[in-house]
Design a protein around this ligand. Structure first.
Ligand SMILES: [Zn+2]
Length: 67
């Protein structure tokens, strides 16, 4: 019976009450900022991953059979 954390927390960026359409953000500015942070973090993580993981998937050798 634990209360859900984050349910009533408001905007994760500035803490203001979230707008219904933009939940959990309060404004497009905050949503934008969060997205930017997410993308930045994703890029940072991607560049930190060794390239060896890419040889595991079939990249382009599999897309030529269709045409
Ligand atoms: Zn906000």
């Amino acid at each position: 019976m634990a209360p859900r954390p984050g349910q009533r927390q408001g905007c994760p960026i500035c803490g203001a009450p979230p707008t219904e359409r933009l939940a959990p953000f309060c404004s497009t500015a905050c949503a934008d900022r969060d997205l930017a942070q997410w993308v930045t973090g994703r890029y940072a993580i991607a560049s930190a991953i060794p390239e060896s993981s890419e040889s595991d998937g079939m990249a382009s050798s599999n897309g030529d059979q269709n045409s």
